[in-house]
Design a protein around this ligand. Structure first.
Ligand SMILES: [Zn+2]
Length: 401
């Protein structure tokens, strides 16, 4: 009973623009088993010759640094593994994929200077977030991503990194499980303008399909608004695809399982997928409801979302149905969700959670910010991205230079 309730809250927190403060009063703080002996992070096991070889790679080509299928997880955590990070690495993504019924992320992560990005045996905030980790992470169902740098204070150090992965259900460590790991180093030469592709998926919500949306004035105004908001970060949407999906997705009423089913209908786009159809998958539905009927104006598959399409969390969804709950511009809601998908957390969560982001130039409870929790349910939603937020999202592998 406790577990399913907490899961409900966790799901609620990954959605946007719904006041869950009443539920939040009932938080259960489930954490690691403190009786368990903590295995310290070992020294790097990679030979100094191999490290030197990797360090000499000074190019700007992205690369996969580590890949493993079926990594065993016992008592919530896997064995430690090493990978060598080359110079010129702008961002690192660790993607952990497993079962829909479990939540994943790293269990620890040590930088190239052997300082912790994610400390071993960290405490998990009830929102499924390691809020005190130098590099914040959030556990998400089916697929979880750790992304660095997630704030202005983190610097990726070239050299040997050591990490482990972790599986949880409702915040509690899973006794026995396994998951797949990919570590991706994003390297590029930055230009002033970054490009982003988007794939728009239509369920028939608001009477729109792939054909009619191209000429719908209200939909195209939403896209104009989205472009205007992203232009603050000099991000240009250079490619859009319009795709029809099954009308059964018009109303998401079963919560996360229904969302996962919908996200999986998309093709394997993205940095790890098909380059020719590269684009973050965006789904337009009428309503997004938890299984308890709590509505959301939008939701993202993570902070950030997966770097390949077609997984359980590969997309963002936006509710099209107008209501008192949803007075805001859908273009702003869309920009907010894409902000999450590219790596941003809410600048401030609902007050009861006492949780703010790690970005130093975002004021607490500032409603003029795009990533404030209530964007989408205010009459005049915030649209501002700050310089330090822009730094984070421009390093995301979905952006092209
Ligand atoms: Zn949000």
């Amino acid at each position: 009973m406790k577990r399913s309730f907490l899961f409900g809250v966790l799901f609620a927190l990954s959605g946007c623009g719904s006041d869950t403060s009443n539920n939040a009063n009932n938080f259960i703080y489930n954490n690691v088993n403190n009786d368990q002996a903590i295995v310290p992070v070992p020294d790097c096991a990679i030979s100094s010759e191999l490290i030197e070889q990797a360090i000499n790679d000074t190019g700007d080509t992205p690369k996969i640094l580590f890949e493993k299928e079926g990594m065993k997880i016992s008592d919530g955590q896997s064995a430690f593994f090493d990978f060598v990070v080359p110079p010129n690495t702008k961002s690192l993504t660790i993607m952990v994929s497993g079962k829909d019924s479990e939540q994943y992320n790293v269990g620890s992560w040590r930088n190239g200077d052997r300082k912790d990005l994610v400390p071993n045996n960290f405490e998990l905030h009830p929102a499924g977030i390691c809020s005190d980790c130098p590099n914040r992470i959030r556990f998400t169902s089916g697929v979880g991503l750790a992304f660095a740098p997630i704030n202005q204070d983190v610097e990726i150090k070239a050299g040997c990194h050591t990490a482990s992965i972790s599986a949880r259900t409702a915040g509690i460590k899973v006794l026995a499980s396994e998951a797949d790991i990919i570590v991706y180093a994003h390297r590029f030469t930055e230009t002033p303008t970054a490009k982003l592709a988007l794939n728009f998926h239509f369920s028939g919500a608001d009477g729109l399909n792939a054909e009619s949306a191209k000429t719908s004035t209200s939909f195209q105004n939403d896209i104009k608004k989205l472009k205007a908001v992203l232009s603050q970060a000099k991000i240009e949407i250079d490619q859009t695809d319009y795709i029809d999906i099954d009308s059964s997705f018009q109303i998401i009423e079963g919560g996360e399982p229904d969302l996962m089913k919908m996200y999986r209908t998309a093709k394997a786009t993205g940095p790890l997928g098909d380059e020719t159809i590269r684009g973050i998958n965006v789904f337009f539905v009428d309503e997004i409801l938890t299984e308890d009927g709590v509505p959301f104006v939008g939701i993202s598959g993570g902070n950030p979302g997966p770097i390949i399409g077609g997984t359980a969390q590969s997309g963002v969804a936006v509710a099209m149905k107008k209501s008192d709950q949803i007075p805001a511009s859908r273009g702003v809601v869309l920009a907010h969700e894409i902000g999450h998908y590219l790596g941003l957390f809410h600048t401030s969560e609902i007050p009861i959670l006492r949780l703010h982001d790690q970005i130093s130039d975002t004021n607490d409870f500032d409603e003029s910010l795009l990533l404030h929790w209530s964007t989408g349910v205010q009459d005049s939603p915030g649209e501002t991205l700050t310089p330090n937020q822009i730094k984070v999202i421009r390093n995301n592998p979905w952006l092209r230079y």
